[in-house]
Design a binder for this molecule. Structure first.
Ligand code: NAD
Ligand code: TYD
Length: 336
């Protein structure tokens, strides 16, 4: 058996990665470490094979807990665990520094102590800052220029990961991906928020003029890219991930309304996010040429699949919205 350790595997992308990897890698057993913050949900993992998936509730900032949880000589450690919502980082940056910066350093240190063979940091396009409309998409050597506390904490983590490679020769890799969408995304992020609000005929809050650009990728495509980098990427390298699907926010919101057959009168333009980045776009050429990865799902198809999933899983997002999803594991782990 090969052992892959993931952190944050009860979140949106981590749970997708766990599911896809267990499906496509029958020889892999996974250890999944997650604190189950508001963003972690064991219901996201309900369908993964139990015999090859060990779940441990623990905090990545706790070195002792990580020493107990991470098996000696594991083949890979992939760090998805993070505070991830830009709006929350504006309201309270400290939790972001704690988990995203301190937590990453704890994992790097324990991974070295335990002889983990390779460490993968799941990072974001937001480390590069904002692009002007006429600039080319970000390549890996674009200067780091984060804007929000979230982006600054992820950038700091990337620098610590690269420093561990440089200083200790630790085998690391970094993936930087654009905005994800797909099933199981927490309904505080743009696409699931707009889908669930529209389904309930609630207003759709669009920040500012809605003319910010994000570059969208379906989660399955992101997970396949991470697997390619984790298993075959060069030590010490950064790989950008993106599906070349730039869209204005307002166009994404209109397309959701169109696919749901709901009126555009639900759109409500609201006060802009402070320091709101105007445009992100990723150039994934290194990943495609070195590792042969290409996205399989185009935006309109992926959005259709995502909308259908939210229509077929109303229980899932209503339990997230009303907080009852937490009962599931409070029963297992106690009400901590
Ligand atoms: P998410 O918020 O859905 O999940 C984060 C998970 O981390 C949750 O399960 C949470 O319980 C866990 N966690 C948080 N703090 C923890 C701690 N201290 N110890 C252990 N577990 C903890 O996030 P996501 O959207 O799945 O993002 C996963 C990773 O991908 C993050 O590192 C994020 O920065 C990165 N990323 C996300 C996107 C995106 O569009 N969502 C894009 C690029 C990169
Ligand atoms: P978000 O999903 O928070 O991702 P990120 O900020 O990491 O890109 O937001 C995506 C875009 O949608 C971003 O430009 C902010 C905008 N947005 C809204 O207009 N309204 C909303 O309610 C939210 C959550 C986001």
């Amino acid at each position: 058996m090969t052992t892959y350790v993931v952190t944050g595997g009860a979140g949106f992308i981590g749970s997708n990665f766990v599911r896809l990897t267990l499906e496509s890698r029958p020889q892999v057993a996974m250890v999944d470490i997650d604190l189950l913050t508001y963003a972690g949900n064991l219901e996201n993992l309900a369908d993964v094979p139990r015999d090859r998936h060990t779940f441990i509730r623990a905090d990545i900032t706790d070195p002792e807990a990580m020493r107990r949880a991470i098996p000696e000589g594991a083949d890979l450690l992939i760090n998805f665990a993070a505070e991830t919502h830009v709006d929350r980082s504006i309201l309270g940056p400290l939790a972001f520094v704690r988990t995203n910066v301190l937590g990453t350093q704890v994992l790097l240190d324990v991974a070295r102590e335990k002889g983990v063979k390779r460490f993968i940091q799941i990072s974001t396009d937001e480390v590069y800052g904002s692009l002007e409309p006429d600039e080319p998409p970000f390549t890996e050597d674009w200067p780091l220029d984060p804007s929000s506390p979230y982006a600054a904490s992820k950038t700091s983590a990337d620098l610590l990961v690269l420093a561990s490679h440089h200083t200790y020769g630790q085998n690391v890799g970094i993936t930087r991906c654009s905005n994800n969408y797909g099933p199981y995304q927490f309904p505080e992020k743009l696409i699931p928020l707009m889908i669930s609000n529209a389904m309930e005929d609630k207003p759709l809050p669009v920040y500012g003029d809605g003319r910010q650009v994000r570059d969208w990728i379906f989660t399955d495509d992101h997970s396949r890219a991470i697997l390619a980098v984790a298993e075959n990427g060069q030590p010490g390298e950064v790989y950008n991930i993106g599906a070349r699907s730039e869209r204005y926010n307002i166009d994404v919101v209109r397309e959701i309304l169109r696919q749901l057959g709901k009126p555009e009168s639900l759109i409500q333009f609201v006060t802009d996010r402070p320091g709101h980045d105007r445009r992100y776009a990723m150039d994934p050429t290194r990943l495609s040429t070195e590792l042969g990865w290409h996205p399989a799902v185009d935006f309109e198809e992926g959005l259709g699949r995502t909308i259908l999933w939210y229509q077929q899983h109303v229980d899932w997002w209503q339990r997230v919205r009303d907080g009852s999803y937490r009962e599931f594991y409070d029963k297992w782990y106690g009400n901590r």
